[in-house]
Design a protein around this ligand. Structure first.
Ligand code: KG4
Ligand code: ZN
Length: 342
């Protein structure tokens, strides 16, 4: 670090994780995430409770990030914060804090699109490691989270075109809803993944949707799992507990196959041979190994570190860093937008 270093504080509060990160010249010095346990007993995120928990967490989380990074407030170049999409109350806590903090320090605040952040997480470098191999433009990114399932053509840091998306549920939502039917706690995606690893993926088969070349649909899968479970439970009330791992493996295999089919279509249609994944579902072991197999077809594959798959502020800080580096306009008065598009 030197006098001319660019040091960004990133703040993420779009859903139920409060996170703050410090990035110096593209390298992470700290990335602190406070998860909110309060939602577990409700089986999903309760927006009002999420904003209250963000209010409690934001100051200690920012403080912890600055301390871990060994950075004083006065050394910061800018504050980058998530401006949307997400839960409006949650976004308001992070964005109000970030803008006032930046104003107090007389430095710029930079509004960041959360989904752009997930994608640009591929450009994060680690403090004590050599710069890692990064995707080159243009590349395709499959963004799969609790609220989104999109194929994005990433033309440069800030020019991104959505070329395919879901017509109903997101992939993460499909994981979570099936998990709920299986009486697993929220968020069910990581648990389904864990149980699937012990199960037989071919014991139960579920249908694939028939939608456009680059469109996704998961609501049919959700309904077919529901009817399947109702039918089996009518014969055997212990059906779920006796077959949990195999059901999870079958559902995961189907979701991964749907995602892979569309990404392979996108490679064919665009001719682009660089593919990345981003968002919470990119932590899924089945998806990660299916994607790696594309390397046998001469496709360059980029898979984020686990800590940058789910929501984190390092991805917001790195997006802020490239925002400054590529001289994007700063819009200081931006209000959060719950439905912000890419
Ligand atoms: O990106 P993210 O942290 O938050 C949103 O922006 O939505 O994604 C959260 C989603 C949840 O639906 C969660 O169940 C899912 O990502 N998820 C997973 C895994 N880890 C997180 N789904 C499947 N397998 C996983 N290992
Ligand atoms: Zn996210």
């Amino acid at each position: 670090m030197n006098q001319s270093s660019t040091i960004i504080l990133g703040i993420e509060s779009s859903c139920d994780d409060t996170s703050a990160a410090v990035i110096c010249d593209g390298k992470v010095l700290a990335n602190i995430i406070a998860n909110q346990e309060v939602h577990k007993k409700y089986g999903g995120v309760v927006p009002e409770l999420a904003s209250r928990a963000h209010q409690q967490n934001i100051v200690p989380v920012v403080d912890a990030a600055l301390k871990e990074a060994n950075i004083k407030k006065g050394q910061l170049t800018a504050v980058a914060y998530t401006n949307g999409p997400g839960l409006l109350g949650s976004l308001l806590v992070g964005s109000s804090f970030a803008k006032s903090f930046a104003m107090g320090l007389n430095i710029p605040s930079i509004a960041i699109n959360h989904m752009q952040g997930h994608i640009l997480a591929h450009f994060i470098d680690e403090k004590d490691e050599a710069p890692k191999l990064k995707p080159s433009f243009p590349f395709l990114c499959l963004t799969v989270s609790g609220g989104h399932t999109q194929i994005v053509k990433v033309i440069n840091f800030f020019e991104m075109e959505v070329i395919g998306e879901t017509i109903d549920d997101a992939a993460g939502e499909a994981f979570d809803k099936v998990a709920k039917m299986l009486q697993l706690p929220y968020p069910g995606g990581p648990l389904v993944d864990k149980l699937a690893q012990e199960g037989n993926p071919d014991k139960f088969n579920f249908p694939h949707p028939n939608v456009g070349d680059l469109s996704f649909s998961f609501s049919g899968l959700k309904t077919s799992v529901l009817y399947f479970l109702q039918k089996e439970i009518a014969n055997n009330s212990h059906f779920i507990e006796e077959n949990l791992n195999d059901i999870c493996a079958g559902v995961q295999k189907t979701i991964v196959a749907i995602l892979m089919e569309k990404i392979e279509n996108a490679i064919k249609i665009t001719g682009i041979k660089e593919v990345a994944i981003a968002g919470g579902v990119s932590a899924n072991s089945g998806l990660r190994s299916a994607l790696l197999q594309l390397q046998q077809k001469n496709i360059r594959v980029f898979i984020p570190k686990f800590s940058y798959c789910t929501d984190n502020a390092a991805m917001i800080a790195i997006t802020g860093y490239y925002h400054l580096k590529t001289n994007q306009p700063l819009e200081a008065t931006m209000s959060p937008n719950a439905r912000l598009k890419l």
